[in-house]
Design a protein around this ligand. Structure first.
Ligand code: GLC
Length: 650
């Protein structure tokens, strides 16, 4: 294919075959298509330029995009236009999310529909429903091993019920987030079953090899993701007598995006979710979608090209759906998922602020903010128009994947520092209040990640066991401080269900053979709705954590400067235990300060005079009181694990 000009007639051909009304009815869509066409072509060419059927597949791509648009309900098209009109609708301080497993939270989708008032009460208007599409019980990885991308698993209900929930949510001003598991399918997916039966067309959907020759070459550079429960990156399939690439669990077969059929099918699945009314699509494990022998098979340039192509296609057909790239990788690599060079802010709209999340836990254990501050050079590079998912816990483990230099910059030894953190959170460190566990320990590399619920990691489980009321209230304080830090940082705060009530680890997973090998289930609780009622009883832990979280969200919604407009400046570290940032928008300026130390901390008032005009009065939204800014040798006093949300009063 020489140039774009020789292919442009394809667009006309597809438009006229599909009855697209360029001038009137479909004008906005046609403009978007014409604007995005060139990028679409070049991105597609970058991946499949050498394919003998390049032109055929490019035409199929255009057709898929047009079909997705044609199948889109009018109400969703209207929502698209409204969102486009607002511009970057997802940066707003008015959004606050929660991630939950439908079955563990309330049983099924039908019941979820009746629980929407609970989210409203808390102040959550954005729901991430953990995977609900068909996935074999016992070999499901929490739904991330999908056997049918379009059928809701009967455990949760039906597609019709999902649509009803979504409609009700939209009506109530809520937003929906679902996953697309792009990197792999379950080995029970129809494509894998056909591959097992020997069909070469479907074998080409996966990375399948007759002997260990190529797998061995791959293995030399590929790290292991689940070294304890799923060592290695290939699995022997006795059904087809071949080795299959399985980077995650042995039952999750990696998809081969070198085959354009795979992209076509998966893009159509993406559009299927868009047309269900998804507002934010979480692209699971995007770092892994392109493989090349001799590399780590993570974060490769073509993985980014694929994501850019997907973004471009979505932007044309279903532009109201934003994309979140779940890249839990090194800080510098995470940034690239927002796009680079001419694709800056044109790849994923969101990424998880996994570096900051892990560093919050680093600060809580060490009581020091230095490593976190060293990391900011990287984190602050996020382009305008994109956003973070900010969080303290999610369904996964906490990985200490930030760079060694960030630790070294503070004079610490990275190995010893990480060992301390792992010991602290697994409860091995003497007098540690935390009750978590190590996840995926790799004896070959010494790596390990951390499992455990927010409350248990903050010491609540141990405090309750010991009946120690001082420790209980300190744990509650830690929970709220950790939440506040993430809620005001900038980005879409995503709470993890159960954390709003301070729920401790749930060990029931140990009795389920489909889960017992994976200790991440300890922090994926089954909700007892009688217990949830305790949020209304003053004095209970549930009440304190729920009302505290509710207040934090109410404050967030009042303050436009908390929206994510690349408007954060870190305060100088005048006190090693105190992290502080200034958020500003127009006239509004808000200093958020957090004491990660277990002792009372003093912060010089000078800290508030380094950015612009020095304020004289601050209003603290958290304690609902005024603070008069003192002299430089006077201090703001923060109680252990205390925090303030201080707005400059003019
Ligand atoms: C993502 C999910 C994780 C899952 C993995 C494989 O990282 O968050 O839970 O195990 O992908 O799909």
């Amino acid at each position: 294919m020489d140039s774009i000009r020789s292919i442009a007639p394809l667009l006309e051909e597809v438009f006229s075959a599909k009855g697209i009304d360029l001038k009137k009815r479909d004008k906005e869509f046609s403009i978007r298509f014409i604007e995005g066409y060139e990028s679409l072509f070049y991105l597609f060419e970058e991946i499949y330029g050498g394919h003998h059927d390049f032109e055929v597949f490019f035409k199929k791509l255009i057709e898929s995009i047009v079909d997705a648009y044609l199948e889109r309900e009018n109400s969703l098209r209207k929502r698209d236009s409204e969102k486009l009109g607002k511009g970057n609708w997802f940066l707003s301080n008015e959004l606050a999310g929660m991630s939950l497993y439908v079955d563990r939270f309330c049983g099924n989708l039908k019941t979820l529909k009746t629980k929407l008032s609970y989210f409203e009460e808390l102040g959550v208007n954005f729901l991430h429903l953990m995977p609900i599409f068909e996935s074999p019980e016992g070999e499901s990885d929490g739904g991330y091993a999908v056997s049918d991308f379009r059928k809701v698993d009967k455990r949760f209900g039906t597609l019709a019920e999902l649509k009803q929930v979504r409609k009700k949510m939209h009506k109530q001003g809520m937003y929906l987030m679902l996953d697309i598991v792009l990197n792999h399918t379950s080995h029970r997916h129809e494509w894998a079953e056909k591959a097992k039966a020997g069909d070469p067309f479907y074998q080409d959907f996966f990375y399948i090899y007759e002997n260990r020759w190529i797998p061995n070459q791959f293995e030399t550079e590929m790290p292991e993701i689940f070294p304890e429960s799923a060592p290695g990156n290939f699995t022997w399939s006795p059904e087809c007598n071949q080795w299959v690439m399985t980077v995650f669990h042995s039952y999750q077969w990696d998809l081969n995006y070198r085959n354009p059929w795979v992209l076509k099918e998966m893009l159509e699945n993406i559009f299927f979710y868009a047309n269900l009314g998804v507002d934010l699509l979480r692209i699971d494990a995007p770092a892994f979608i392109w493989k090349e022998s001799g590399t780590s098979c993570q974060n490769l340039p073509k993985a980014h090209t694929l994501l850019r192509l997907i973004k471009q296609a979505v932007q044309i057909a279903t532009p109201g759906m934003a994309l979140l790239g779940e890249a839990i990788v090194a800080p510098k690599e995470i940034m690239k998922y927002f796009g680079t060079e001419q694709y800056t802010a044109r790849e994923c709209d969101f990424a998880y602020n996994a570096t900051q999340m892990a560093l919050q836990w680093d600060m809580l254990a060490s009581g020091e903010t230095k490593v976190m501050l060293a990391a900011q050079n990287d984190i602050l590079q996020k382009p305008f128009g994109t956003s973070w998912i900010t969080y303290t816990r999610c369904h996964d483990d906490i990985g200490l994947g930030y760079d060694d230099w960030m630790i070294k910059a503070t004079g610490k030894d990275p190995y010893l520092h990480r060992s301390f953190l792992k010991d602290y959170y697994s409860g091995k460190f003497p007098h540690s209040p935390a009750k978590g566990a190590l996840f995926s320990s790799n004896p070959k590399t010494g790596d390990a990640r951390i499992s455990g619920s927010m409350a248990s990691l903050c010491g609540l489980e141990k405090a309750l066991e010991e009946g120690n009321s001082f420790m209980i209230s300190q744990s509650v304080q830690k929970i709220l401080m950790m939440q506040a830090h993430a809620i005001f940082l900038g980005g879409l705060p995503m709470l993890f269900y159960g954390d709003e009530l301070g729920l401790t680890n749930d060990y029931s997973y140990l009795h389920d053979p489909g889960k017992s090998y994976d200790n991440r289930w300890m922090h994926r609780p089954i909700i007892n709705w009688e217990g949830v009622e305790k949020r209304k009883e003053p004095g209970t832990v549930e009440n304190k954590v729920f009302e505290g979280t509710q207040r934090l969200l109410q404050i967030r919604k009042k303050l436009p400067a908390i929206g994510d407009y690349k408007n954060i400046v870190w305060m100088s570290p005048h006190n090693i235990h105190v992290a502080g940032y200034l958020r500003s928008l127009g006239e509004q300026r808000i200093y958020c300060v957090f004491n990660f130390g277990s002792e009372t901390a003093l912060l010089t008032w000078y800290a508030f005079k380094e950015q612009g005009v020095a304020p004289s009065v601050l209003y603290d939204h958290w304690t609902d009181s005024r603070q008069y800014v003192g002299l430089d040798n006077e201090y703001l006093v923060l109680e252990p694990y205390g925090f303030r949300i201080l707005e400059v009063v003019y």
